[in-house]
Design a protein around this ligand. Structure first.
Ligand code: HEM
Length: 414
């Protein structure tokens, strides 16, 4: 690796045209910190247009920020924002533990800045940082990362690729795998794109982009469950309280990974053309909930507890034996993992057909005990399988959060 600690990747290609200005902005910004750095950056960038008074950078509102520092990374328990980019990378062959440590320092520093409404260190458009729109960036590691950098002993116990689900999976490798994940979410797609650009600069000297998948959610009122592209209310049964998150999502124990979690990321295509051929009652029977309110077929309001024993006039279960809700829950308690999915629409796909669906994201403390048995039950019989197809798959260990002055996954290096 050419870089020394704290150094940024060298500019290449067209970026060289701006190298002198960039040098000024970068070194000035490096000598300062926070809002002052952003302000100086703006001043220098505008110096070439005489007479143009730089408009004052808007102040960052507290409600626009999600704290980066803490016991857990942001972007998991944080209420889902309306836009997301999931970016996976493969580490360069020469990246060792020391280089990964440098990358994580760089990323942590820039994520902390941008989350607080401050410009990333090498930002040449710092005005875009002032309104972070609840930006969160969550960093994850694929199972392959630990061996590659010589830290096999730091791999969290049991963390491995998913087993195959041959009855449903039609996986395209261009949508799956990866050593490193950046999950970037905000209530403004411009903020997501800008943060992505800044973090790609940090990452470029260490890793190659493998895939990026973008998603969106409805911008409904806070606290209201959103809808997916099938029109269903999606996300009703989920952990809500801190105690729920401690029970279901966060890794417990004593090692460096305590306070982390595991993400199962699945790109699931929806076959909306054939779904549209169903009448509403067939759509509702597939899930076991009403389309209008999201209420279970045995209740009237969204959060009514489903009655899995209730039978209808024909003597059959009111929530069908192969309904998504019944099979997903199994015999266990409700809310066995955190679902925080995004819709996607990349139509037309390569074949000219629609390419829409869900970037299904499930966070949990133990993939083998939580996601896998649930997906096996669903793969075996879920009515919804006729209209959904998993086409991409990846798993990531999401390290715990860090304190000011620290950086993500620092415990892995000690
Ligand atoms: C595109 C794919 C999928 C769609 C459209 C979908 C849709 C839904 C809907 C509408 C609900 C009911 C409302 C709610 O509680 O959120 C639901 C519940 C649920 N889904 Fe899915 N789902 C999909 C994939 C999956 C997958 C892959 C899993 C896990 C392997 C899963 C696990 C669950 C669980 C655990 C529940 C809550 C069940 C309960 O009531 O306890 N879903 N899903």
């Amino acid at each position: 690796m050419a870089e020394r600690p704290g150094e940024r990747p060298a500019a290449s290609g067209p970026a060289r045209v701006y190298s002198r200005r960039r040098l000024l902005v970068t070194s000035a910004a490096a000598a300062l910190s926070g809002a002052a750095a952003a302000a100086v950056g703006v001043g220098i960038a505008d110096a070439g247009s005489p007479g143009a008074a730089a408009p004052a950078a808007p102040e960052t509102r507290e409600e626009d920020t999600v704290p980066f520092y803490g016991l857990h990374q942001a972007g998991v328990q944080s209420p889902a924002q309306s836009a997301a980019a999931f970016c996976a990378f493969d580490l360069h062959a020469d990246v060792d533990a020391a280089a990964l440590r440098r990358l994580l320092r760089l990323l942590s520093d820039d994520i902390a800045r941008m989350s607080a409404g401050r410009a990333a260190l090498a930002d040449t458009a710092p005005e875009l940082a002032a309104a972070p729109a609840r930006l969160t960036v969550t960093v994850g590691f694929g199972p392959s990362l630990f061996d590659k950098v010589g830290l096999a002993a730091a791999r969290p116990a049991g963390f491995a690729d998913l087993p195959a689900f041959p009855t449903i999976d039609r996986l395209d490798p261009t949508y799956g795998g990866g050593d490193l994940l950046l999950q970037i979410c905000a209530d403004d797609a411009l903020v997501v794109a800008h943060a992505q650009r800044m973090l790609f600069k940090d990452t470029r000297a260490f890793a190659t982009a493998r895939w990026t998948q973008r998603g969106f959610l409805p911008q409904g009122p806070a606290g209201q469950t959103g809808r997916n592209l099938m029109g269903q209310v999606d996300g009703t049964v989920n952990p809500r309280t801190d105690a729920d998150f401690d029970r279901v999502v966060w890794s417990t124990g004593t090692g460096w990974f305590t306070g982390g979690t595991f993400l199962v990321f699945r790109r699931i295509r929806m076959e909306l053309d054939t779904w549209d051929e169903l009448d509403r009652s067939a759509m509702e029977a597939t899930i076991g909930r009403r389309l209008s309110t999201g209420a279970p077929l045995t209740g009237t309001a969204e959060h009514d507890e489903p009655d899995l024993d209730a039978v209808d006039a024909t003597g059959l279960h009111a929530i069908a034996d192969f309904a998504h809700l019944r099979l997903a829950r199994g015999d266990g308690p409700a809310a066995q993992l955190l679902r925080r999915p995004y819709s996607y629409d990349d139509s037309p796909g390569a074949d000219g057909a629609s390419d829409v669906g869900q970037l299904f994201c499930a966070y949990q403390a133990d993939i083998g005990a939580q996601f896998v048995p649930m997906q096996q039950r669903l793969a075996a019989g879920d009515l919804l399988n006729q209209w959904i197809t998993p086409v991409g798959s990846a798993v990531f260990a999401i390290p715990p959060g860090c304190a000011p002055g620290g950086f993500l996954a620092e415990g892995m290096f000690s």
